[in-house]
Design a protein around this ligand. Sequence first.
Ligand code: EPZ
Length: 417
Amino acid sequence: MQKLRIRGGKRLVGTVRASGAKNAALPIIASALLTDEEVVLSNVPDLADVRTMGRLLEGMGVRFERIDGESVRICADNVTGTEAPYELVKTMRASVLVLGPLVSRFGKARVSLPGGCSIGARPVDQHIKALKAMGACVEIDHGYMDATASRLKGARIVTDMVTVTGTENIMMAAALADGVTVIENAAREPEVVDLAECLNAMGARVHGAGTPQIVIEGVEKLHGCRHSVIADRIETGTFLCAAMVTRGDVTVTHAAPETLEAVISKLREAGAVIDIDGTSIRVRMQSRPTAVDVRTVPHPGFPTDMQAQLMALDAVSQGSGRIVETIFENRFMHVPELQRMGADIHVDGHTAVVRGVEQLEGANVMATDLRASACLVIAALAAQGETVIDRIYHLDRGYEHIEEKLSKLGADIERIA
Ligand code: EPZ
């Protein structure tokens, strides 16, 4: 099992390019199931999860090929199956995103229930509720969702909570439905907006993405398109935090500053000097950061996917910060690992109180989930001495070439077997 070895204390200085967003690429790749014409996507990150989604579609007879370092070509003109098997779904819960497009275009889908993951139970009841509201019959059979529909019908859907992939599945299901679908309480994440833009480029009629109410007028058929995936705001935020804990001076290019305003505002509160110039974000940190309070909420608030990274920043800051995780029930697994590095953190339910320490110490630690592993990288970059992070397959799911990018900025980091 591969590990990352990091020797901390090196200032990060220089320029790094943001990759395309994993959480936009995954639903957009799934949306190619909605048409029998070719979809060409650029700025698609070369990540484990993207390769998994490609394998999932290939298993249904879809042509999925990477054209070059950043583009993929997809064509679902000869779909031979509508099943998402447990073996793949258990490795990537975002596989559930094929449900909406399959039922919408083919009238059937057999998708394994994703099961829980380390950060929470993560049910998909809202996805099922919405499909039923649109006229689908959905039965649970031996751990699979079996969905059938002659043709989905537009409906007004009020989700019980804001759900990102739930909103995305409903949008894709509604794209070819008969009539108009209204999603109330819709997720407003930039990745939802990017999917809507791609669907509209395919001839869909999606209005209001980015607001709590999305209206989709179903059409008869969708055509192919070319689309460039939005920059990854979570990867960008991760690099900004890494620069801050090393008191560095880093510019992230090809970013989307407008998609991480809450993060930028919080990092400025912590003392960072952040300058935005078009799609470039420059962060400078001359002195020790000041610990900040954070409460994770749906977009446009502070994103749960940046909670662990912010905790690593608070862990070495002046003062103390309260971090409240409101989205997932078990997203503090990075805490014990940070504590092994000398962090002073007290968890009470969904709240963590982090008292900043002058210096973390390198240690052997273990990644438990994608963003927890990013948190440990940030902590290791700040720590005195050597850190070895185990189980970094978690990291490879969401960060493209992270050791190359960090090495270029001056980090002492290498991948070891
Ligand atoms: C998406 O997950 C992201 N993944 C997650 O990113 C992100 O953390 C999450 O949204 C929240 O922003 C992708 O986009 C591929 P939700 P998703 O449905 O859609 C509950 C990462 O690190 N819920 O918005 O699965 C759920 O349990 C990953 O890149 C239900 O109860 O999250 C959670 O408490 C991690 N029933 C809350 O809603 C449902 O049917 C929000 O979940 C759906 C969700």
